[in-house]
Design a protein around this ligand. Sequence first.
Ligand code: FES
Ligand SMILES: [Fe+2]
Length: 331
Amino acid sequence: MMTSVKSPASNNDWHELDATIRPDEPQPEGWYAVALASEVETGQALGCDFLGGRVVVYRRSESTPVVLTARCPHMGADLSLGDVIGDDIRCTYHHFCFGVDGACTSIPSEGAIPAAARVHSYPAAESLGLIWAYNGETPLFPPPTIRDYDESDLLFAVKRTNVFEVAPWLSIGNTFDFMHLRYVHGLDFEITPEDVRYVDDYHIELEIPFVSPETGPFEQRIRVTGTNAVSFLTVTDHTTIGLFTSTPIGHAAQTYYIAAVPKDPSLSHEELEKRLAEQQTFGDDLLLDDARTLTGIKFKVGTLVADDRAMATYLQWIQRFPRALSGAADR
Ligand code: FES
Ligand SMILES: [Fe+2]
């Protein structure tokens, strides 16, 4: 069964891009956070909105996550209301069971299992306190990581934050909107569009040296993964880390924020917790600033000026990004 709609890299003019989320149209491929890892307990099913539909998230008995479309193909019940039995999810309505690959594994009545009794199984992963699902058949790149650090090197805290009514690529991509860094976030820096490195087809990196009257000079080391995640290391005499990621849910996008600090063995746990709390506040403040500009925005490429050059290159990258609408046929 065809479970995914794929569109080739578009040849459309990138000036036609707008940031409206149309849940029935293909979205950029990539890893999207669907739940906090702490919300998904072994043996329990969790229902989440994802893309234009709903998914059931649960764990295999050995704990790795499973993400399936939640619409039971028998008579349409919501599988997230069902029970986890071993590695399967059992529909609460007539007890059809589905395995981690989405195929029906058993039905309680006599007769053969219908071939169409299957749901879409998303590639799934757990990292940095989030459960991720991949929009696309086979992942083109791994889930977002923090630049320069392994997860095990970090103390981190993750939470669900704002819902914006724009595509993730706009809220994440304002990293490349250098003008907004000056006027929305009040930051002072010297950088040119040529400093942005398109590392490969799926990652972008840049370093921005900032001058702040309050804190003195600091550098941000930024990595964008896919079209919906950005991590930034803020490097002064020590390092703090943030990662924003955003997930389409219906016509809107849910943002998540991870604050992190490296586990510096020379520091007490209290000091690390204090730095982590400061980083959480830093992220909250950034979001507060951005929320003012992203709330109610109807983005369409308009009159770009010379200072928008980095943004224009990013928008062309977005236009070329592979798209899919995984699971749409099983919603
Ligand atoms: S609706 Fe799920 S088993 Fe019937
Ligand atoms: Fe911003």
